[in-house]
Design a protein around this ligand. Structure first.
Ligand code: AMP
Length: 401
């Protein structure tokens, strides 16, 4: 069922809106924000609410304070940054619940923004505690979630607060950022223009079992890369040298290979191998899927790159999760970067291309191609769980359209 979007709500006059944002920004030693893109990304949602005359109460987490107050993980710098970016006033409450916060909210004027202190200073936040959520939801008429990165967690601010607002007749809507995530990731899962091609890489098969299982049911083509390919190749009887390989997951890999029978499920036909896991170490392309004794695989090989590029060029929808090799070391980055280039080209040719968050997004950025993709997800864990076909609690809690 499609979820209510902020666009479906028009008039916020006289309403107080609780808006869950993701201001989990990196801070340096002096507490200065080193990358403000998460704050910038919420501005369209905030502008819309301000123009609609809402009183806007922002809630977020920052870091992992584990239920304790920690000045180093305060959201205070984010209030100043948001004020600087919007050119307006942003008030800050040095707590997220309690009498003082309630008074501040009661004194707000339409169009004003109040940022609450780190929700995770209370352990109850991550426990989705009903009492804590009741305090957070006090006086809130509308709930908006613009924090896709935490939507896979049922926390008080992502789940219970939305439920409470709905229970008292209010609406719970997706902010513009969240809406974009649902549109692109949802489009891959439920209504892709075919052929749908999925590129899966990264370190471990075990992290991506459910994604592979789900995508085997949906995708027309699956391309596998990264160290997870070695576990599959080992399961087929090839040698993997001293590569990263989940030797205890061979049976699992065998069962996935069984499920993939009859499907276009590609494993690398060759690999780039090295004697040492460091820049400048000798490298050599393998002759086939096997890796030699004393060597370890660090990237997909030259023939694989060509095969994968041809498949990518035929796709109309592409979703990519996990790098093809150890892209962090330039000597081992070629496979990942060539695939990124091919996906960028596919986008130019009209394909819809969706990059999962986390390492895949990092790799595409490192390749300098972030702007060439249709959409880059902001949520690593959340995008993975979405691709697994799991309902995300933070999305499930929103009102239906
Ligand atoms: P994941 O978080 O599962 O997507 O894994 C991403 C990590 O897998 C990156 O840090 C890559 O460096 C790493 N990786 C990819 N291919 C290999 C490989 N062949 N050997 C070791 N690590 C790899």
């Amino acid at each position: 069922m499609a979820k209510l979007s902020l666009n479906d709500l028009k008039d916020f006059r006289g309403k107080t809106v609780f808006c869950r944002v993701d201001y989990n920004v990196p801070l340096d030693e002096a507490g200065k924000i080193t990358d403000d893109k998460r704050i910038k990304a919420t501005i369209p949602t905030l502008d819309y609410l301000v123009q609609g005359g809402a009183k806007i109460v922002l809630g977020s987490h920052l870091g992992r304070p584990k239920g304790k107050r920690d000045p180093k993980q305060s959201l205070r710098p984010c209030a100043a940054k948001l004020a600087e970016l919007t050119g307006g006033t942003v008030n800050f409450a040095d707590d997220c619940i309690g009498d003082k916060v309630e008074q501040m909210i009661a004194g707000m004027q339409p169009g004003q923004i109040l940022l609450l202190e780190n929700l995770r200073f209370y352990a109850e936040e991550e426990k989705n505690d009903a009492g804590f959520a009741t305090k957070l939801a006090k006086g809130m008429d509308i709930y908006v979630n613009d924090a896709f990165g935490t939507a896979h967690r049922a926390h008080a601010s992502t789940a219970a607060v939305a439920e409470l607002v709905k229970k008292r007749g209010g609406k719970a809507a997706a902010g513009f950022l969240m809406e974009k995530e649902l549109k692109y990731l949802g489009g891959v899962i439920s209504n892709p223009t075919r052929p749908l091609l999925c590129i899966l890489g990264g370190a471990k098969v075990s992290d991506k079992i459910k994604v592979i299982e789900n995508l085997l049911n949906i995708a027309d083509v699956i391309l596998i890369g990264g160290a997870m390919a070695y576990t599959f190749r080992k399961a087929q009887g090839y040698s993997v040298g001293k590569s990263l390989c989940e030797h205890d997951k061979i049976d699992l890999a065998k069962s996935l290979l069984e499920k993939a029978k009859g499907k276009k499920f590609f494993l690398p036909e060759d690999q780039l191998q090295t004697t040492e896991f460091k820049a400048g170490a000798p490298t050599r392309n393998t002759d086939g899927p096997s890796i030699e004794d004393g060597w370890e695989g660090v990237d997909i090989g030259a023939a694989t790159i060509e095969t994968y590029k041809k498949e990518i060029a035929k796709a109309k929808t592409i979703v990519w999760n996990g790098p093809m090799g150890v892209f962090e070391i330039p000597d081992f980055a070629k496979g990942t970067f060539e695939i990124a280039k091919a996906v960028a080209q596919a986008t130019k040719n009209g394909a819809t291309t969706v990059i999962g968050g986390g390492d895949s997004a990092k790799a595409v950025k490192a390749a300098g191609l972030a702007k060439e993709m249709s959409f880059m997800s902001t949520g690593g864990g959340a995008s993975l769980e979405f691709l697994e076909g799991k309902p995300l609690p933070g999305v499930a809690a929103l009102s239906d359209k």
